[in-house]
Design a binder for this molecule. Structure first.
Ligand SMILES: Nc1ncnc2c1ncn2[C@@H]1O[C@H](COP(=O)(O)OP(=O)(O)OP(=O)(O)O)[C@@H](O)[C@H]1O
Ligand SMILES: [Mg+2]
Length: 464
């Protein structure tokens, strides 16, 4: 029955186009099968709607010719079911009606049929319609296919676009990160440079002090060591003079004349007082000289047992001139409340640097305070005490204090509230490094605006 002439519009190699004819009238079925078979289609038949539905679902044909009037499921109902099943919904359905039958053609079309043919058939018309609708169906399918492809393509593009955007974002983030890293590196470099300058300044200060200490050391020794014999000689001479006065009450004229002009008793008493004050001065000089040497020699590279009080005293001595009255500010009083401290194994030179930084800050704060009309008598109190295996050093001023937002940042490198050129903002950050990293200690600050500031340094007796 099969005709492979290609009339069905199919290539020999391709599967043949399948037409399912549904009709309860066997004569009609046969006639139509022959016609379509002749035309090169593969024809299947079904005598009623139920069988048609089964066949269509089992192996969907390319087109269905469906009789309207049938016992059981009629054509409309069959068509309705075909369209309801996604597997068969797309198959084009052409209704067949007898000329004599009055059917609602519009209803059929509304149900999804594509056309009508009337019985008895005009063979050419049937074939022409079948071909047309097969063609339309194919076009529809390929359109749907293309649609799908287009959708897939659009999705792929959107995905690619999203990926591209993500890449761009990542690149931007990478650039931002690198820029930040570079900035940080530059910042670190600047910090290191500033720290080096600060260290260099401390080193030159140390050298300067060492030079001065060396220069005054000899004359101070000179005075201190000769003072004792000088005092003895004065005592001896006084004794001798008094003996002369006792044993020779009537001296020669020249001596009597001089005795009349001078107040010998006063001179002798005063000379003793002068010798005593020389002694006090010499002691002070000896102390200063010792302090200067402590300051300049404390630059050891290993921790050595040291007297913290000597360190503070030598720092006070070196900074002494800064406590003197200046502009509107009166002299700053320094009160020492030293406790009993054991020797502390530390880098005393570095601790001195911390004391200098804190004391210099207090002096700066007082200068500003009086510039702004402050009137409290400026005072710095330094307390020390031993506490278990630690020592605590408190340095408190009654200056202007600072607001919280400043106090929170004072240990940050390069944080300063001072004008450009006046402060580098490194003093406290270096101090913190020295206390926390070099000495495994702690440095904290409490401050009340309008009342003053207190720094507390705690360091272990021996660096762990
Ligand atoms: N005793 C204090 N009273 C009030 N403010 C203080 C006191 N000590 C420190 N500060 C504040 O802390 C800031 C940071 O101090 P730090 O010693 O680190 O830097 P600096 O003094 O500004 O600059 P540098 O020490 O390099 O000269 C100061 O600018 C100041 O605002
Ligand atoms: Mg400072």
């Amino acid at each position: 029955m099969a005709n492979r002439s290609g009339d069905g519009g199919e290539d020999m190699n391709e599967e043949r186009t399948v037409i399912l004819i549904v009709d309860d009238n066997p004569t009609n079925l046969n006639v139509l099968s022959d016609v379509l078979d002749e035309a090169g289609f593969e024809v299947r038949v079904a005598q009623n709607g139920k069988i048609a539905l089964e066949r269509a679902a089992y192996d969907p044909p390319d087109l269905i010719l469906l009789d309207v009037m049938m016992p059981g499921l009629n054509g409309f109902e069959t068509c309705e079911r075909l369209k309801a099943d996604p597997q068969t919904a797309e198959i084009p359905v052409i209704f067949m009606t007898a000329l004599s039958e009055t059917v609602d053609k519009v209803r059929g079309l509304a149900l999804g049929a594509v056309d009508y043919v009337t019985k008895p058939f005009q063979q050419e018309e049937v074939i022409a319609r079948v071909r047309t609708h097969l063609q339309i169906s194919r076009l529809n399918k390929s359109l749907a296919q293309q649609n799908l492809q287009l959708k897939a393509e659009i999705q792929a593009r959107m995905k690619a676009e999203a990926e591209l955007k993500e890449l761009a974002d990542n690149l931007e983030k990478l650039v931002e990160k690198r820029t930040k890293e570079l900035k940080d590196a530059l910042h670190n470099l600047e910090q290191t440079q500033l720290q080096l300058i600060q260290q260099e300044k401390m080193a030159s200060l140390g050298q300067l002090v060492a030079g001065v200490a060396h220069e005054i050391n000899n004359p101070v020794n000179f005075i201190a060591t000769n003072l004792e014999p000088a005092k003895e000689y004065v005592a001896e001479l006084t004794r001798l003079l008094r003996l002369f006065m006792t044993h020779y009450p009537d001296p020669v004229v020249e001596v009597a004349e001089v005795l009349q002009f001078i107040d010998l008793d006063f001179i002798i008493t005063d000379l003793h007082k002068i010798m005593e004050s020389f002694q006090v001065g010499a002691n002070m000089l000896t102390n200063i000289s010792r302090s200067l040497r402590t300051f300049s020699r404390s630059d050891s590279t290993t921790p050595v047992p040291a007297n913290i009080h000597d360190g503070i005293d030598s720092t006070l001595l070196v900074l002494g001139h800064r406590f003197k009255p200046r502009n509107k500010r009166p002299e700053i009083k320094v009160v020492k409340k030293y406790g009993d401290l054991p020797l502390v194994k530390c880098y005393l030179g570095q601790l001195n640097q911390v004391f200098i930084n804190i004391l210099a800050n207090a002096v700066d704060a007082f200068d500003e305070y009086f510039q702004n009309g402050g009137d409290r008598s400026p005072q710095i109190v330094i307390c020390t005490r031993a506490e278990g295996d630690k020592v605590c050093i408190h340095i408190r001023d009654n200056g202007p204090g600072m607001p919280d937002q400043v106090r929170e940042r004072i240990f940050e490198p390069a944080f300063t509230t001072k004008p450009v050129g006046k402060g580098t903002g490194l003093g406290l950050s270096i101090s913190r490094k020295i206390i926390e990293e070099q000495h495994q200690g702690q440095i904290t600050c409490t401050s009340v605006e309008g009342e003053g500031t207190e720094f507390t340094i705690t360091i272990p007796l021996s660096i762990p």
